[in-house]
Ligand binder design. Structure first.
Ligand code: COA
Length: 130
């Protein structure tokens, strides 16, 4: 059965402003270690793609936080919720630490979809309970 759904829209211009203001610290606060490596690689090749990557991760994590009904409240933290890519290109959520324990204790499963276009990134998340 469906446990929760979550959606989020993120203005890429706001992400750009945060990166300009706080530099690397902003990305470090939002991204898990694996995501941080992708951000560095994308940003080095094409800065705009780096920002889009950061914006889609930001929106996916917010959508997930809503789907589990917590918002950005412990054990939900930005870095404990990692967005990975399957071989097919489909994104998936991988959890870490206390958030992983919290999620698994409830028998939850997650589906995430992300998109971006010009100035916006958006995500939709469905969480199921077995
Ligand atoms: C959920 C959250 C991450 C979204 O923040 P945001 O990016 O500023 O705002 P968005 O426009 O993306 O989303 C806001 C909507 O999220 C929804 N939302 C808020 N808390 C939620 C929760 N715990 N679970 C699911 N959805 C939630 C609400 O519908 C809200 O819209 P509304 O205020 O018009 O009802 C953030 O509100 C949060 O962390 N909330 C929990 C902590 C909190 O609210 N603390 C204060 C308690 S008084």
């Amino acid at each position: 059965m469906i446990y929760g759904i979550g959606t989020d829209i993120c203005d890429v211009r706001r992400i750009r402003a945060s990166v300009e203001r706080h530099g690397e610290r902003f990305a470090q606060r939002i991204l898990a270690p694996g995501e941080l490596a992708t951000w560095h690689a994308r940003k080095a090749r094409w800065p705009e793609r780096g920002l889009r990557y950061l914006a889609t991760r930001f929106s996916a994590k917010e959508a997930f936080s809503k789907a589990i009904g917590l918002g950005m409240v412990m054990p939900m933290t930005w870095r404990a919720c990692e967005v990975v890519k399957r071989e097919s290109g489909q994104p998936a959520i991988v959890l870490h630490g206390a958030l992983k324990d919290w999620f698994e204790a409830r028998g939850l499963r997650c589906h995430i979809s992300v998109t971006d276009e010009s100035d916006y990134a958006a995500s939709f998340c469905v969480v199921e309970k077995d």
